[in-house]
Design a protein around this ligand. Structure first.
Ligand code: AMP
Length: 584
């Protein structure tokens, strides 16, 4: 058992979970509950309603998924859903459903994601076969309720996940209608990254005497956080290991700890980094004391320079030549960020804290900035060209050092040893040619320990900040109502250029394909780093639609929509001004 930051020993076993669920968590390499899990699981297992403030990255999915699965263990299983999870986007529907499937494998939980853009027939078939947990986007849930294919009479638990996003996307009425189709005796759980007034109104309508769990307002005094250069890189999950390699090549740490969330992630990343020529050692709760001593010995002795660790395993470690702390994922609580980076920048030494964030995790970065009262600079992952330049610099510095050392050194075991080779070659070739070939060999030999990874990593920008992120209390213009369209915003507005930094895109799908604003928002928010609230006005015409998105995200949106389907169809997408039909 390991102590938490406030000294209370809490493990997953302390939270009253079934042994099969505990086994699944161990198998996934989770070592301890995150703060939101510690606080939410006991009241949820106890049957209480809950209003929780938690952003992506805090572990909120397991915070509601484990109590749902625990309820399933104790229930008389029927073929009708016991729990319904409503989420704003198809991407989240798939993620949440995969997570519940993973946690509930041992108890045979049947989970189904249902969202627009997927043929309804497959969903109908799965629903008929019998399902325990449905994870749905509101639009598609309403479709199924209308067809009578989603029986909600046996639903005992309902989760509204990322509720603020769902309201932003104009789903308030759909949520009300869906909840009206569930028994009033149900347990209701609402998670939202922000808790503005309209979320409280939604909670008042649907929750009964809920437990409120909010991430406490940061109380750290300014200056308490260590003075460390803090940078973050926004990287899609699939490119994280490559991005880390690039960043390490440029930063050249003397010694670094790379924090991961799970044991499995520690093992995978250690293997990947060693495969790429780094000297990395793994440290997690599954490693015994003897191995641990060996790892620490290698790190202190300089035969390893990267320690890949979980928070639990790294507690109490003190490595004094540590120069860099890397968060391979954004930590699940801002406080643990502060603990982690406190390991560098001690005693006036320089330290660097690097965070790799996935596009959806920007809120966690904002929370951390608020707690530390320090800015985290978002930097671009070094490109292949940056890396080449850096490697050239390293080669140049190495050769220079070799020449200088030789000048200082009197014994003749130095460079003079090779004179015979150079003299022999210069009888045949120009001296410059000989030097170039030698430099190339030296360069290739030193680059062999780099990433060797020449694939470009996509440049993903963070979502533009929302009013809440800028300190605003609520989001006035859209309220709880449906999304504004050009038509209801301003008659005849389609020809008018979009406002500010927004760009209007032409999407070749319209009323004739029964597309609705929610489908377009769902597709864009589900496939890109944008959230529902970043998307501007939407106009649907018979054969096409116009959607405003931030200019900075245009290429990302075009790329993503070209690779996906909307309402089951491939849709053309391009900037509006390229298309004469769109401005008619
Ligand atoms: P979420 O905030 O639910 O999107 O979760 C963020 C990530 O944290 C997911 O990749 C989870 O698999 C992971 N995660 C959730 N709970 C834990 C835990 N207790 N320990 C380690 N990783 C976790």
């Amino acid at each position: 058992m390991s102590p938490t930051d406030d000294g209370d020993p809490v493990t997953f076993a302390d939270l009253g979970l079934d042994p099969e669920l505990l086994a699944a968590l161990t198998h996934l390499g989770y070592e301890e509950p995150t703060p939101i899990q510690r606080e939410s699981i006991p009241p949820l297992v106890g049957g209480q309603d809950l209003l929780g403030q938690a952003a992506t990255g805090t572990g909120k999915t397991a915070a509601f998924a484990l109590p749902i699965l625990q309820r399933l263990v104790g229930s008389d299983r029927t073929d009708e859903p016991l729990a319904l999870v409503l989420v704003p986007t198809r991407e989240l529907a798939m993620q949440v459903s995969e997570a519940i499937h993973k946690y509930g494998k041992g108890i045979g939980a049947r989970v189904l994601p249902i969202f627009g853009g997927q043929p309804i027939g497959r969903q109908l078939q799965a629903l008929r076969r019998g399902i325990d947990v449905v994870v749905a986007t509101p639009g598609r849930a309403i479709d199924h309720i209308g067809r009578g294919s989603l029986p909600l009479g046996g639903v005992d638990m309902v989760v509204l996940d990322e509720a603020d996003e769902m309201l932003d996307m104009g789903f308030a009425e759909d949520i009300d209608a869906i909840l009206a189709a569930t028994p009033s005796s149900r347990q209701t759980i609402l998670f939202s990254a922000t808790l503005p007034a309209r979320i409280n109104r939604l909670a008042q309508r649907h929750l009964t005497d809920p437990v409120r769990i909010e991430i406490a307002t940061p109380s750290t005094a300014p200056g308490e956080a260590p003075q460390v250069r803090q940078v973050a890189y926004v990287v899609p999950r699939a490119h994280k290991a490559a991005a880390l390699g690039r960043v390490l090549d440029v930063e050249t740490p003397t010694a670094a700890i790379v924090f991961c969330r799970t044991r499995n992630e520690v093992d995978d990343l250690t293997e990947t980094l060693n495969g790429r020529g780094y000297r990395a050692e793994a440290l997690h709760g599954g490693i015994n004391q003897e191995q641990r001593d060996r790892v620490m010995g290698r790190l202190r002795g300089g035969t390893a320079d990267l320690l890949i660790a979980t928070d639990v395993a790294a507690r109490g470690l003190d490595i004094d030549h540590l120069t860099h702390v890397v968060n391979y994922d954004v930590p699940s609580a801002p406080e643990s960020y502060v603990h982690r980076i406190g390991r560098v920048g001690r005693a006036g030494r320089e330290g660097v804290a690097i965070t790799l964030a996935e596009p959806r995790e920007h809120r966690m970065l904002k929370n951390i900035e608020r707690l530390t009262k320090q800015k985290i600079a978002i930097e671009k992952v070094p490109t292949v060209a940056d890396l080449r330049t850096r490697r050239m610099e390293v080669t140049l510095a190495t050769l220079r050092e070799s020449i200088l050392n030789d000048e200082l050194d009197d014994d003749d075991g130095g460079l003079d040893h090779y004179r015979v080779v150079v003299e022999s070659l210069t009888s045949e070739f120009d001296l410059m040619e000989v030097a170039l070939a030698a430099v190339k060999l030296a360069h290739d030999a030193s680059a062999a320990t780099g990433t060797g990874d020449e694939v470009d990593i996509p440049d993903v920008t963070l979502r533009p900040s929302s009013p809440q992120d800028r300190g605003g209390r609520d989001r006035p213009p859209r309220g709880d109502g449906p999304r504004r369209t050009f038509d209801d915003a301003k008659p005849g507005a389609p020809g008018k250029p979009p406002s500010g930094d927004m760009t209007r895109l032409f999407v070749g799908i319209g009323h004739d394909s029964k597309v609705r604003p929610g489908d377009l928002v769902g597709a864009i928010a589900g496939e890109t780093s944008l959230s529902g609230r970043d998307i501007g006005a939407i106009q649907i015409r018979d054969h096409f639609s116009l959607v405003e998105v931030p200019e900075s995200a245009v290429e990302e949106v075009i790329g993503a929509i070209r690779n996906t389907t909307i309402k089951g169809q491939k849709a053309q997408i391009r900037r509006e001004r390229d298309d004469p039909r769109a401005t008619r």
